[in-house]
Design a protein around this ligand. Structure first.
Ligand code: PMP
Length: 453
């Protein structure tokens, strides 16, 4: 350590100080903040990020998992340039052929999807899913799982990261606001369920079936805590029996566990699926796909009444869904190029192999230092968890040693490994075996520094 890390990132400190004057906290999303100040990036290529001081990092944040081909992949760049050249504009505000092409691609990849609509973010996709489910079932509430994130709007911004003093009993969790500015009504409209606890979940759903239109979940919580197979199958059975719409939020897991996401891996068909991140190849995107009868609720061609599953008549006006940039041609061109590349033989399997190699290497290093550590994850995402105990829900994470983890992560930044301290790791096809070896070595040094303080 020839130079103090804070000196190496002095340019970031200055840039952050400027930004703080005109942007609250100097960040455009709260999650981008960490102490003492975030690192300000300048450019990127493949698996590497370079900050404003010229420091180079192997990137495991990958824009929260979006950049599955790494940064600036040539095939994606070409597709974007070509699309702009060919269409002569950036956006039309009318239908265009890439919308059909991408919708057809998604319908082919995801057997649960009969139809698809595009949005500009994952948040908008889950929001649309919930509105559709409520219109379909005509019941006032939805249910979500403790610790699961679906975007920052009132209905789902509850019990994502609750303080355990407020969280209530495990088998019947409270609905806890994640933000100021939310009302009691917001909390009341969302029922909280305990993840990976089928018995307790079933009890709540049965008891409140007359109120609940939909259950939404991340099949793999935060992208790294997998649902048990029996839990998942049980949840599908019970929601089907009770006529509750089952929404998979596959914004993180879509194209990242297998191409067909968690639903392919678990062999379960949800009623609706939200996608995002990888789907846009690095551009802002979301999509909602699902069952024909539910998706048709938003068709402007609807004439007359459509019957819900309960035989109840709902309004014959199409459910509202709009957006100036929905189905943006540049975004879809980037997404299609990304998916095309991932579909090539060997690409996903090689990415999965490299993820496994990194996980095993890291586990060895921590164990060599006598630390209790496990990597937890599925597919191309995992997290480093400093405990021997089984991690299966939000509450099992609350007792984990995050302080040591964050100290190690901060040392890793100095050693040229980028992830936001405490964040999960996402892999890209651009990461090489050499990157993986460097990453493992850097962990070895970082752990030594922290343990020998
Ligand atoms: N759902 C999940 C599971 C997510 O991980 C995210 C983003 N982290 C969202 C929804 C929201 O997506 P976006 O940030 O594109 O609005």
């Amino acid at each position: 350590q020839s130079m103090n890390f804070e000196d190496k990132i002095a340019g970031s400190a200055r840039a952050h100080e400027q930004a703080r004057q005109v942007i609250p906290g100097g960040v455009t999303a709260n999650i981008k903040h960490f102490a003492p100040h975030p690192i300000v990036m300048d450019h990127a290529s493949g698996s590497r990020l370079t900050d404003v001081d010229g420091n180079n990092y192997i990137d495991y944040l990958l824009s929260y998992g979006a950049m599955i081909l790494g940064h600036g992949h040539e095939r994606v760049k070409e597709a974007v340039y070509e699309q702009i050249d060919q269409c002569g504009s950036f956006v039309f505000g009318t239908p265009h052929h890439l919308e059909y092409k991408m919708a057809q691609k998604l319908v082919d990849i995801f057997p649960s999807m009969d139809q698809v609509r595009f949005t500009n973010s994952g948040l908008e996709a889950t929001l649309l899913a919930i509105r559709l489910a409520q219109a379909y079932n005509d019941k006032p509430k939805i249910a979500k799982f403790e610790g699961h994130y679906h975007g920052g709007y009132d209905q789902v911004l509850v019990s994502v990261n609750p303080n355990m003093d407020d969280a209530g009993e495990h088998a019947e969790p409270n609905s806890v606001a994640e933000s100021s500015g939310m009302s009691e009504q917001d909390l009341d409209q969302t029922v909280i369920l305990p993840f990976n606890d089928l018995k307790a979940t079933e009890a709540i759903l049965r008891q409140r079936q007359d109120e609940i239109s939909a259950v939404i979940l991340e099949p793999v919580q935060s992208g790294f805590i997998p649902a048990d197979e029996t839990f998942m199958k049980g949840l599908r059975d019970i929601t089907e029996e009770l006529g509750i719409v089952l929404i998979f939020d596959e914004v993180k897991t879509g194209f990242r566990l297998t191409l067909g996401g968690a639903q392919h891996l678990y062999d379960i068909e949800p009623d609706l699926t939200a996608l995002g991140k990888v789907l846009g190849g690095g551009f802002p995107v979301g999509a909602l796909g699902g069952r024909y009868d539910i998706m048709q609720l938003m068709s402007p061609e609807r004439g007359g009444d459509i019957l819900t599953s309960g035989g109840q008549q709902v309004t014959d006006r199409a459910l509202f869904h709009s957006g100036t940039y929905n189905g943006h041609p540049t975004v879809l061109a980037a997404g299609l190029a990304t998916i095309d590349y991932l579909e090539e033989p060997g690409v996903m399997s090689e990415l999965l192999r490299k993820t496994e190699k990194l996980r095993h290497g890291l586990e060895n290093v921590y164990h060599q230092h006598g630390l209790s550590m496990q990597t937890v994850g599925l597919g191309t995402i995992f997290n480093i968890i400093l405990t021997k105990d089984v991690v299966r829900d939000y509450r099992s994470l609350t007792t984990v040693d995050m302080e040591t983890r964050k100290q190690i992560d901060y040392e890793l930044l100095d050693l040229g490994i980028y992830t936001k301290p405490g964040n999960r790791y996402s892999m890209s096809t651009a990461h090489t075996d050499e990157d993986i070896e460097k990453t493992i070595e850097a962990h070895y040094i970082a752990i030594n520094r922290v343990l020998n303080r």
